[in-house]
Write a protein that binds this ligand. Structure first.
Ligand SMILES: Nc1ncnc2c1ncn2[C@@H]1O[C@H](COP(=O)(O)OP(=O)(O)O)[C@@H](O)[C@H]1O
Ligand SMILES: [Mg+2]
Length: 263
């Protein structure tokens, strides 16, 4: 494997984003450049409003940069694509479909049909502990359960790049811990490219190979911290001395940016 070239999956090249609002322009991102390689797990942290979601939405193709370009597999990103799957902070389910059919939908999209899709859907629901709710409708579930369905559906879609915008942010601590472990296991097995936004520094270190610290608005990349803790990781990883060191360092940097926001 030595010397093997790594595949560049997503390339963000000098991207800036300005929103025009009634109160004038809001500069959300300024000159952001970032290379994301195949199989890489990247977490992004930074103060609220620093442009994290904007950056993710640009990769998703839901928003266009004001200047600069974003690429996936060497093609300029001009819209959404099935090779990029998104999990938002707030679940986005089809309310007229049952939990299982929501997941089956994602499987159908990638050509898995009929009984195979039904069976696979149940396996994905098991991952998020929702098999018992397969025949319920989204409105019959709690917020946390709906979010877990959205996550199962994103896994089922099996995209090359999984974009997750604070997917566990609204969940209770126990569910969050469980889904972190599940995501780690899934990634350690399938090695999909993950771009994951979180405001939880511990979560970022637990999951990522690289933590990107963003500066207060206009969002820029302040620092990229390689997380040199080997996989497999689990909740006990949080007790390692190296974990504490990384946490202290990242917190200090993020906290400086919080203070910038409050100025
Ligand atoms: N669609 C939009 N229109 C106008 N301003 C926006 C829009 N989306 C985000 N913003 C502004 O851009 C900045 C960055 O937002 P966002 O990317 O959501 O940050 P984060 O995800 O880090 O909290 C914020 O000041 C926000 O108010
Ligand atoms: Mg956001």
């Amino acid at each position: 494997m030595a010397g093997e070239a790594r595949n560049l999956k997503v390339r963000i090249a000098d991207v800036s984003k300005v929103y025009e609002t009634r109160n004038g322009p809001t500069e959300a991102l300024r000159n952001v450049s970032l290379d994301i390689y195949e199989n890489e797990f990247i977490c992004v942290v930074g103060p609220s409003g620093c442009g994290k979601s904007t950056l993710l939405n640009i990769i998703a193709g839901l928003q266009m940069p004001t200047s600069g370009k974003a690429y996936c597999n060497d093609h300029e990103i001009t819209g959404t694509g099935t090779e990029r799957g998104v999990v938002f902070q707030q679940y986005a389910l089809f309310p007229w479909l049952t939990v299982k059919k929501n997941v089956v939908f994602a499987l159908n999209m990638r050509g898995v049909k009929g009984a195979d899709a039904e069976k696979e859907a149940m396996a994905y629901l098991k991952k998020v502990d929702l098999e018992k709710f397969a025949d319920h409708y989204p409105k019959e579930l709690s917020g946390g359960m709906k979010q877990r369905v959205a996550i199962a559906r994103a896994y089922a879609a099996n995209p090359e790049v999984l974009l997750m915008d604070e997917p566990f942010g609204a969940l209770d601590a126990q569910t969050r811990t469980q889904l972190q472990s599940e995501l780690l296991e899934t990634w350690e097995k399938d090695m999909k490219t993950c771009f994951f936004i979180t405001h939880d520094v511990d979560e970022a270190i637990l999951l990522a190979q690289k933590v990107i610290i963003m500066s207060a608005r206009p969002g820029r990349i302040k620092e990229i911290v390689p997380i040199d803790i080997p996989y497999p990781r689990n909740q006990e990883t949080k007790l390692l001395p190296r974990f504490m060191e990384l946490r202290n360092h990242i917190w200090e940097q993020v906290y400086k940016e919080y203070l910038e926001v409050r100025k």
